[in-house]
Design a protein around this ligand. Structure first.
Ligand code: SAM
Ligand code: SF4
Length: 354
């Protein structure tokens, strides 16, 4: 017989602290905490990389893009809710008019200590002009995309870009005191013979480098099965020549890092297609039209622009963010497409931001 319980037993009330939505941490349905936000500030770009854009891109009408004030407001709302690292990207972020004003404004959260890192991903073409300002506003590290050191191959991969301009940009960034990490997308027949050269070149200049598997995002006018290089194979090739020491370093994303003993530098592998990194996912993305994507590899979306434009208070915005957090999928389901099929997701990386 269970002991008799008196109905008058006094229950101790537990005080659950009330946290207003504007400061509530971003926790999804799988208890993952979001602390990293990537924001695409434009879908436009001065290059047309074969894995990212089609030669004839149609860009969004300007009215559909978040304004600089809206970008600042949405970044600030996420920072208030626990985002500690913020990456500005695109398209090419340095092509967005007023971009430096946005950086200066968002950087106030670095000053207050609410934001730990403000960074950007760029193709480097405008760095000679802007690197000193970026450093002055508090940016310490940037990622620069560079897929080859050969001017002809660079022109082919970017459909017309000038390698010399990017190399000058990288030099300017380093001279301004910015720490540069190189991002290289692995592309069959375009750069797979030059990974070692790129790694040695980067490490000789004190720059980390990350190799990235091409992801099936958006129509690029190319068949991606022809370009896909599994990085597991690249790593095996490296191991024939170098000693790779696994590092525990992680950003909560799909990159895994090794130290290359011979060069002393760090090399990352981003393998969204061959490894599952979703259990530790700590990030969400906002595309340049204000759509919140809680998973790069799924088509989930929540319209934040509507909330931003409907009300000047952040209540609607925070409700929309809460709704998105509840829907954040457990993981992506990228599959590299069979020849001739459409991409896994129709949106381009340049809209969502890499
Ligand atoms: N324009 C800037 C740049 O190129 O660095 C920032 C935007 S770009 C979309 C961000 C990153 O995404 C770049 O490193 C680029 O190489 C990568 N990227 C673009 N399309 C990709 C794809 N389909 N698969 C893998 N990486 C991609
Ligand atoms: Fe432009 Fe970057 Fe896309 Fe290349 S990868 S087309 S530089 S947005």
């Amino acid at each position: 017989m269970p002991p008799h319980r008196s109905t008058s037993t006094r229950v101790r009330r537990v005080n659950i602290p009330f946290v207003p939505a504007a400061n509530r941490p971003l926790v999804d349905g799988f208890s993952r905490v979001v602390t990293y936000l990537r924001v695409s500030v434009t879908d436009r770009c001065d290059l047309r990389c074969v894995y990212c854009m089609s030669p004839e891109m149609t860009f969004l009408p300007r009215k559909d893009l978040l304004t600089l004030d809206e970008l600042d407001r949405v970044c600030s709302a996420f920072i208030a809710r626990g985002v500690r690292k913020l990456r500005l990207t695109g398209g090419e972020p340095l092509m967005r008019r007023g971009f430096l004003d946005l950086v200066r404004s968002v950087a106030r959260h670095l000053g207050s200590g609410d934001l730990q890192e403000l960074t950007l991903t760029t193709n480097g073409t405008q760095l000679s002009r802007y690197a000193a300002d970026l450093a002055a506003f508090g940016i310490r590290r940037i990622n620069v995309s560079l897929d080859t050191l050969d001017a002809t191959a660079f022109r082919k991969i970017t459909r017309g870009g000038d390698l010399a301009v990017v190399l000058e940009g990288i030099a300017a960034a380093r001279a301004a005191g910015l720490k540069v990490k190189i991002n290289t997308v692995a592309l069959r027949d375009l750069n797979e013979e030059v990974f070692e050269e790129l790694v040695e070149w980067s490490h000789a200049r004190g720059m980390d480098i990350t190799l990235i598997e091409t992801m099936p995002l958006g129509d690029t006018g190319e068949d991606r099965t022809d370009r896909y290089v599994p990085l597991s194979r690249v790593r095996s090739q490296f191991e024939k020549r170098y000693t790779l020491v696994d590092l525990a370093d992680t950003t909560g994303g799909p990159a895994r890092y090794v130290r290359v003993t011979e060069t002393g530098g760090r090399l990352g592998f981003i393998t969204p297609l061959t490894h599952n990194f979703c259990q530790t996912c700590n990030r969400v993305r906002i595309s340049c039209d204000g759509t919140l994507h809680t998973c790069l590899g799924q088509d989930d979306r929540v319209d934040l622009r509507k909330a931003l434009r409907t009300s000047s208070s952040d209540e609607m915005l925070n409700d929309a963010i809460d709704g998105a957090m509840r829907q954040k999928p457990l993981g992506h389901d990228f599959v590299i497409e069979r020849r001739g099929q459409s991409p896994a997701l129709s949106r381009h990386m340049s809209v969502t931001g890499g």
